[in-house]
Design a protein around this ligand. Structure first.
Ligand code: ADP
Ligand code: MG
Ligand code: MG
Length: 206
């Protein structure tokens, strides 16, 4: 089980579709605790990523993710652009030269990407950010009785993690300006992180 170069391209297509389909929803979530642009940011970023990746020819998964990173960094002004840009840039470095990545390699690359998000954004677990979906997903990815259930478990864990942000007090990003008023709302970035994990699951081949 793992990801191929074509699978990585498929992931970008799926992500662009998902961000477009959930544009209003993500923006609505961001209107409660932010500046109402997360859906706009994510759909714009992944549209650019898809344009870039559709036009390119790739020898390795790293190349695909590097172009995703560049597109996100270059087109998303908000906090999520550099943060997701870093995730994909770090993943691309781990997956450079690979035409196929096993689930274990993919999980290692994701771990590196998440460390990149932490290095840049300095957020910790429980501070109501995308990390609250990404950390549990990573943990689930390296457990599970077999690869298929580990992958399935990662998506469920991301969903649980996304929901777990509802009662959290935001400590990072724009939502933190609201203090106690951030409680009771689902974090937009944790929601997009869950959506991205669902897309990754669909793009992985048995
Ligand atoms: P902006 O807040 O600049 O408008 P977006 O709305 O696109 O950017 O993204 C907001 C999301 O970014 C939040 O919901 C949160 O998940 C994530 N985020 C913000 N700051 C951080 C941080 N320091 N570390 C990790 N994630 C963060
Ligand atoms: Mg915003
Ligand atoms: Mg903004």
């Amino acid at each position: 089980m793992g990801l191929t170069v074509d699978g990585a391209r498929r992931f970008v297509e799926l992500a662009a579709e998902a961000m477009e389909a959930h544009r209003e929803y993500l923006t609505e979530l961001d209107s409660a605790i932010g500046d109402a642009d997360h859906g706009i940011n994510m759909s714009r970023g992944f549209k650019k990523a898809l344009e870039k990746v559709s036009g390119g020819s790739y020898q390795d998964i790293g190349g695909v993710f590097k172009d995703v990173a560049m597109a996100l960094m270059g087109s998303v002004g908000g906090a999520s652009g550099p943060l997701y840009g870093t995730l994909f840039m770090k993943m691309s470095m781990k997956l450079a030269g690979k035409r196929e990545a096993t689930l274990a390699e993919l999980s290692e690359a994701m771990a590196e990407g998440v460390r990149g998000i932490v290095a840049l954004g300095k957020a910790e677990k429980g501070e109501k950010t995308m990390l609250d979906a990404l950390y549990p997903a990573l943990e689930a990815l390296s457990s599970g009785s077999d690869e298929a259930s580990a992958l399935e478990g990662a998506v469920s864990a991301a969903e649980e993690g996304m929901k777990s942000t509802i009662p959290m007090l935001a400590k990072k990003g724009r939502a933190s300006y609201l203090g106690e008023r951030s409680v009771g709302h689902q974090d937009p970035g944790a929601t997009s992180a869950y959506l991205l994990l669902s897309c990754l699951k669909e793009a992985v081949v048995a």
